[in-house]
Design a protein around this ligand. Structure first.
Ligand SMILES: C[S@@+](CC[C@H](N)C(=O)[O-])C[C@H]1O[C@@H](n2cnc3c(N)ncnc32)[C@H](O)[C@@H]1O
Length: 261
């Protein structure tokens, strides 16, 4: 998938932060592997540290690897802000060939990464290499289901941006494909549901700076086509949702796929 996070690093967490209950469950899960020790955690595709920084705050040592220098810069800035920079090692590199020694970590974690990596099963090989035998690998999955209004909203945008020549790639691997691959490698893989919540915004919030917010995700679309798609979509939204307070909501379930190496 051709998507670079360089342009969106500064806003990334504002758009995708986990709610505090979910973070609490995530930290509790990791602490349950730790038995009061500080773990050596590695996260390929760490991004801005959304799921890894809370682990450093909880006392674990984190090595984060990412191909985007701006995402790592943002992660480093947040680590300093949280006063955990001393427990974070941030490395520019590829998840399919981690710049990390064999068996040097107790826990490997990942989230929202595999669909960005064409040879995604190589990421699993790498985690298996760097995690100690008997260590743990966790894949965090957010399963989302849009409500009716959000489905309409997304479909209308999709129709207009595809009219401008953009083609949405289907996301691969699906959570079920990842599960199959985990079970093939680590037969005792189990799934634990950590949290669920509703996400969303009002139509008014959804329209606010709509084009500006989405532009970095559609870098290949030429400006005139882009403007036409955005204007057409906003016009459609005025007709479909005349009341700006209407909600565009959905539900999320956060699950952890947990394997012992
Ligand atoms: C959607 S973000 C997720 C960040 C973080 N894991 C989270 O859940 O918040 C995906 C991150 O993976 C990085 N990435 C994409 N392909 C990568 C690769 N082959 N190796 C390392 N990082 C990669 C991107 O630069 C981006 O920072």
């Amino acid at each position: 998938m051709d998507l670079s996070f360089d342009e969106i690093a500064a806003q990334f967490d504002d758009q995708r932060g986990l709610p505090s209950d979910a973070l609490r469950e995530w930290i509790a899960l990791v602490d349950s592997f730790a038995r009061k020790r500080a773990l050596r955690v590695v996260e390929p595709g760490i991004g801005t540290g959304r799921i890894a920084l809370p682990l450093a705050v909880a006392g674990h040592r984190v090595t984060g690897v990412d191909i985007s220098a701006p995402m790592l810069d943002e992660c480093a800035r947040r680590a300093r802000e949280l006063d955990v920079a001393g427990r974070m090692t941030l490395l520019e590199g590829d998840a399919t060939s981690l710049p990390v020694d064999d068996h040097s970590c107790d826990l490997g974690v990942m989230a929202s990464l595999l669909y960005l990596v064409p040879d995604w099963d190589a990421v699993l090989d790498e985690l298996h290499r760097v995690v100690v035998p008997g260590g743990v690998i966790v894949h965090l999955v957010e399963r989302t289901e849009s409500g009716e209004n959000l489905r309409l909203w997304d479909a209308a945008w999709r129709e207009r941006i595809e009219g401008a020549g953009y083609r949405h790639a289907s996301l691969h691997p699906t959570p079920d494909e990842v599960m199959t691959e985990f079970r093939r490698r680590w037969p005792d893989t189990r799934v634990q549901r950590l949290a669920s919540w509703t996400f969303g915004q009002s139509v008014d919030e959804g329209r606010h700076r709509f084009g500006e917010r989405l532009r970095p995700l559609y870098a290949g679309v030429i400006e005139s086509e882009w403007q036409r798609a955005v204007d057409g979509f906003l016009r459609w939204s005025e007709g479909a949702f005349p009341d700006p307070a209407i909600r565009l909501d959905g539900d999320v379930v956060l699950e952890a796929l947990i394997a012992r190496t």
